[in-house]
Design a protein around this ligand. Sequence first.
Ligand code: SF4
Length: 334
Amino acid sequence: MRLFGRKLGSVQVEVSTHCQLNCLMCPKSIFRKDWIHEHMDLDTFRNVPFKLFRYAHLQGWGEPLLNPNIVEMIEIAKREGCSVGITTNGVLLQEFARELANAGIDLVAVSIASPKLEEHRKIRGCDLYEILEGIRLLSEYGIPKIVVTTIMMKNTVKNLSELIKIAKEYGASEVIANNLDYVPSKDLEELKVFSHEDDRELTRILEDAKKVAKNSGVNVVVKPVKLEECLVCAENPIKNCLVTVDGRIAPCVYLHLPTKSDVIRRVFLGREITIPKVYFGNLKETEFKKIWNGRKCKEFRNVFVRRLLVVPGFDFEIPELPEVCKTCYKAYSV
Ligand code: SF4
């Protein structure tokens, strides 16, 4: 399948919903009683049409290295011509670094909450230096791209420059500073750094971090911290999608949670919201092309296509976001 004569973008595959950690800001910690712990099986994985996509990211709500078939899964996606990456909590990196390299993985992103030992332990409940040693091994085994990802939170963002220096020291080439863009409970809302206002102190911290990155030769991606509605969110459901642990196709991780409930709870601008989960079909029952070209999936994508087609300066109204996206922070650029 081609989009304007080219392949689709990226397919995110939720290979496991298990995780050894209980991070402060993770929905698994909040919805613990409702969580469905599962590994994707190889048959379901083989139904994902990797040939149609440029890139496959093997992670959803869970730790991918816990799936007993993760190495074989990377090899399968690579054989289909996809670039392949994962995001990991890093706990098993030292054990897996060599195998990931041998499987030909293109990108490993490692989540780190803070460069401060105690702060990292408080947020993620694991040892920072064990993770950093794992990153060092990835670098020694020649993984093409090693990325450190972090979530900018009120209590941690001040240490972003230090995180960049440590990432460089251990062999990462890029740091991505994400936002707390899914807020699963009211208690967590005060931790997010983005808002509708300009925050001079935050701007200074982020500018300093960018300078440190430039001087250290590390690429840094800092997500916007001012809420402004965008035409299409960064997840870009026009050409990307999520395959859930049980084979369902969803637009993005923000419209799926591996919980027993049919709904997702999120906090948006101080309000507790409940939205339905959104799935277009299941690869165990229907082939991908039929799902992708099905009415439900097309209608969802076309809202964003129509938003992109609005010519700036002309008096056309921008079509409204899908209802489920109106309370998603990703629709507001962060
Ligand atoms: S706006 Fe949010 S919910 Fe809607 S497609 Fe984008 S990431 Fe998903």
